[in-house]
Design a protein around this ligand. Structure first.
Ligand code: GUN
Ligand code: ZN
Length: 372
């Protein structure tokens, strides 16, 4: 019998890992990309669409679902899986990042963080325990600890104090929800900004707590690609090899491949879904901006190498027309394609690790996306 949190490493190719993570709603095959469904929906898509493109797990958000419709309302409906009719695994972020990134007015203390609702301005308070209670109400398979994501440019002194508080918060989260409770597993989040020794300090403190997995937070917050890759390659190999590693909020296709090369197993990002809605589409030939005039009478598919519903059935001319007319179908077809592209890339990544050709796959994508 497999138990939630069980992580089985199948094979490696360099530092890249091919593994299986067991959750209460089934297994996920890694490396994996998790589509973002902040409000309990991946914008413009139905669960049927997501199942059809083989999304294995989606994200939900503690911060948004707590404010609207309310986590207790969701709990009364049997949890987020039932409420949204999504039968596969769900990971929920703790709200830490959203409070810190969306909020200018907030008060931070050892006890937790006070913030104002982006909907009606009302005051709210998240303690580490509260963030976990909300995620228990939502019934997610993977819960994230409450953390402070320090902004880019934070100095060493602030970053060190912050990561130490994040560790104490992480301890409180684990104590509030001991390992093995109702099938919900919990990941700690490594912080430490752009100081390598502080990243190590954060990791050393967190690995003393019995988490089922570890995330890297505080990246993609305004730094250069080089700075991000530097921290990524420094800290990932130091993370426990027998537990899943999750790079939060990253990124472009090349960022994800770089993460896989460093030994990361899980990724999420709004980029494919958000870009889809503003007409930026990822293809095997690089990024395409569908609003460009050159596509007005282009009767070829968006990406001839893509097997998705959009590419099999519609021309660039039609996709451009939908976009220019701001038709609702534009959001759906574009989102469908971009997420399919990301999920298909991860499928290729998993196959390449299995047959030892990951480096070659990575070079192919780097050639297509070289100009970015
Ligand atoms: N999403 C992207 N970055 C972060 C982070 O540092 N912390 C949390 N909780 N979520 C994130
Ligand atoms: Zn497609």
């Amino acid at each position: 019998m497999s138990i939630p949190g069980q992580f089985t490493l199948h094979t490696t190719d360099g530092q890249a890992r091919r593994a299986t993570l067991t959750t209460a709603h089934g297994e996920i095959q890694t490396p994996i990309f998790m589509p973002v469904g902040t409000q309990g929906t991946v914008k413009s898509l139905s669960p049927l669409d997501l199942e059809e493109m083989n999304a294995q797990i989606i994200l939900g958000n503690t911060y948004h679902l707590y404010l609207r419709p309310g986590d207790e309302l969701v709990a009364r409906r049997g949890g987020l899986h039932r409420f949204a009719n999504w039968k596969r695994p769900i990971l929920t972020d703790s709200g830490g990042f959203q409070v810190f990134s969306l909020q200018s007015i907030r008060k931070l203390s050892e006890e937790g963080v006070e913030f104002r609702s982006y909907i009606d301005g009302s005051k709210h308070f998240f303690s580490p325990e509260k963030a976990i209670d909300i995620q228990k109400n939502l019934g997610s398979d993977i819960m994230m600890v409450l953390d402070e994501c320090v902004g880019y440019g934070a100095d060493r002194e602030y970053t060190e104090k912050s990561l130490e508080m994040t560790t104490r918060w992480a301890e409180r989260c684990r104590t509030h929800h001991p390992r093995g409770t109702n099938g919900q597993i919990m990941f700690g989040i490594v912080q430490g900004g752009f100081f390598k020794d502080l990243r190590e300090k954060s990791l050393d403190q967190l690995r003393g707590i019995d988490f089922e997995g570890f995330a890297i937070g505080g990246l993609s917050v305004g730094e250069s690609t080089k700075e991000m890759y530097d921290i990524l390659h420094h800290i990932t190999p130091l993370m426990p090899a027998d537990k899943p590693r999750y790079l939060m909020g990253v990124g472009t296709p090349l960022d994800i491949l770089e993460g896989v090369a460093a030994g990361v197993d899980m990724f999420d990002c709004v980029l494919p879904s958000r870009n889809a809605r503003n007409g930026t589409l990822f293809t095997s030939q690089g990024k395409v901006n569908i609003k460009r005039a050159e596509f007005a009478e282009d009767d070829s598919p968006l990406d001839p190498e893509c097997g998705c519903y959009t590419c099999r059935n519609f021309t660039k001319a039609y996709l451009r027309h939908l976009y220019m007319a701001k038709e609702l179908l534009s959001y759906r077809l574009n989102t469908y394609h971009n997420l399919y592209f990301y999920l298909d890339m991860m499928k290729q990544v998993r196959a390449s690790i299995e047959n030892g050709s990951f480096a070659e796959l990575k070079r192919r994508f780097e050639a297509a996306y070289a100009t970015e």
